[in-house]
Design a protein around this ligand. Sequence first.
Ligand code: DLL
Length: 428
Amino acid sequence: MTDRPRFEMPDTTAQEVRTAQLESLRETLARVYRQVPHYRRAFDDAGLVPDDLRTLEDLARFPFTTKDDLRAGYPFGMFAVPREKVSRIHASSGTTGRPTVVGYTHDDLETWAELMARSIYAAGGRPGDLVHVAYGYGLFTGGLGAHYGAERLGCTVIPVSGGMTPRQVQLILDFEPRVIMVTPSYFLAILDELETQGVDPRSTSLRIGIFGAEPWTEEMRREVERRSGIDAVDIYGLSEVMGPGISQEAAATKDGLHIWEDHFLPEVVDPVTLEVLPDGEEGELVLTTLTRRAMPVVRYRTRDLTRLLPGTAYPGFRRMQRVTGRTDDMMIVRGVNIFPSQVEELLLTVEGLTPHYLCVLTRPGNLDELTVRVEAHGSVRESDRPDLGARLEGLVKDHVGVTVSVEVVPPHALERSLGKAKRISDQR
Ligand code: DLL
C-alpha cells in the first residue's frame, strides 16, 4: 500500500517533447491508416501514406477530421480496435440527433486518469484533498473524467454530479472539501445557494475551483474569486479528443492552459483558409491524439478559438489562451451543448409550429437561460399556443437534456431575415 500519487509531473524539455511527438505521431498515422477505413480513404484521397510524414510540420499536408466524419461512422466506425477491447463509451449530443460516440481502451482510461491527475495537481490539488465533483456523471465526460483523475492523484472523491443545489451546499458544509470541480456557471448557483442559506461563501473549506466545459471570462474569475475566496482555474477538453484534461491552467501562474503535449499535438489554423498559423496568432484549435488507442483522431477541428503560447509553469508544454468562443453557433446552457438546428429539428415535429424561431440567451440570475421564441401556424388558436410550447419544452428536455422555455408567438411576430436567418439573440 502506498498513499503516494500514482503519477508524476513530467519534467521534460520542449525539445524532448517535440522528439517524442514525432515518433508517436508516425505511429498514430500508421495505425489509423491500417485500422480505420475513414482514415485510409481520407489519406488515399489526399494522395498520402503515413510515411509521407517525416517532420511534425508535414502534418499540415494531412486531411482534417470533423465532427461530421465522426458522425458518419456512428456508432463505432471510428474505432481503431475491435469493440471488445473498448472498456468504456462516452458521447456528446449533436445536431442531427446522432450523438458523437467515443471509446476508450483500458490503457486510454489509464492515460486519461493520469492526465486528469496532472491537471488537478497543476490546479493546486494534492493527494489527500477532498474533491467535490459537481460535473455531470454519465455519457458526458466531465464527471467520470474528474472522478478518476482525482482518485489517481490520491484524493478523496465526492461524486455529487450536477443538480440539487441545496444538497451540494449541505455536502460542502458537512464534508469540507478543499477542491471543487464544476462548470463556472453552476458554481455561481452554488454560491447563491450558500448565501441564501446565510453562509458566507468565503467561510467554507473550498480553496480551489477547477472550472471548464463552457466558456468563461477573466471577469468571471475575478467575481468568483472575490465572492468565494478560492483560486479559480481553467480546465479544457472535448469528448472527441478525450474529455477534460487536455489542457489545464496552473494555479501558480493563472495565465492560460498548458496543453499536455506528450499526448496531444496542437495546431491553430485560420478558420476560413485552414492554413496553419504561427504560435501567438488566434484561430481554430486543431488537435491530434498521440497515444490514444481506441479512437485516435488526426487533425480534429475543435471549432474552439484560441492561440498557442510558450510554456511558463511547465516549460516543456505550450499553453493555449482561454477559449474565446467557437467558430459556429453552439450555445451552452448549464454545461449542456445545444445548437439552434437541434431546436429546429424538434420544433418541426410539433404540428402547429413553424420554422420561424429565435433562440434568446439571457442570464436573469447567474445561470444562462434559453428561451425559444417560435411562431405558431396561422391555424392555431391563441388558447392552444401554451400547449404547443410545453410540448416543445418536453422534446428539448428529452432529446437534448436541457430545460428551456418556449414562447409560442403569433404568426409574423419575429423579424424575417433577408439573408441568413439570425437564430441566436444573445442578451446576456
Ligand atoms: O465539456 C469536456 C470537459 C468537461 C471540459 C469538464 C472541461 C471540464 P464536451 O461536452 O465534448 O466536453 O464539450 C467540449 O466545450 O469544444 C469547448 O467548446 C467547450 N469547452 C470545454 N472546456 C472549455 C473551457 C467537455 N475551459 C466543448 N473554456 C469544447 C471554454 C470550453 N470552452
